[in-house]
Design a protein around this ligand. Sequence first.
Ligand SMILES: Nc1nc2c(c(=O)[nH]1)N[C@H]1C(S)=C(S)[C@@H](COP(=O)(O)O)O[C@H]1N2
Ligand SMILES: [Mo]
Length: 163
Amino acid sequence: MSEPILKIDGEVQHPREMTVEDFAAIDAAFQIPDVSQIDPKRKGVAVTLESVLALVAAKTTAKFLTLHASTDDFHASVPLEAVREQAILIYQFNGEPLPLAAGGPVRFYIRDFAACQADDVDECANVKFLDRIELSVDRGFDNRPTDEESHEELHRRQEGDAS
Ligand SMILES: Nc1nc2c(c(=O)[nH]1)N[C@H]1C(S)=C(S)[C@@H](COP(=O)(O)O)O[C@H]1N2
Ligand SMILES: [Mo]
């Protein structure tokens, strides 16, 4: 069995940690076998957020979803209702865990994201290196850039990392 790659906790009945095998074991009805069909810039296999929320039995009191990437200390908190049906978790590519270069081992992806900073649920909320999903009553920690300058700087830094 491999290491857990994602922890889900907070307003859920069954907090848990998931391995890549746990993702792969989710029913085929909730798997997206080829994410490039949704967005040609993305690749890999995903499951719906909804299917993972069902596994942990999210409480009805859960109103916010906070996405934590401890690797680079990036966090986004979004209203659960706004992403519930849209979000997927990309976890695999070519039979291997999703590579870091693609935002792995787990990448949060909202199918209909708004332009950066245009909305609460924007492209910036597509958190890479996701290692924890926290459900909560109130909005959680969020350090997405709030102005154009810091946003550009973040993108410059990411491009620097990638090269
Ligand atoms: N962990 C982490 N996730 C992140 C970021 C980041 O800096 N760290 N940047 C965000 C921003 S601002 C954007 S616009 C998208 C960009 O995704 P892309 O590089 O795959 O196009 O990732 C988001 N997810
Ligand atoms: Mo962004």
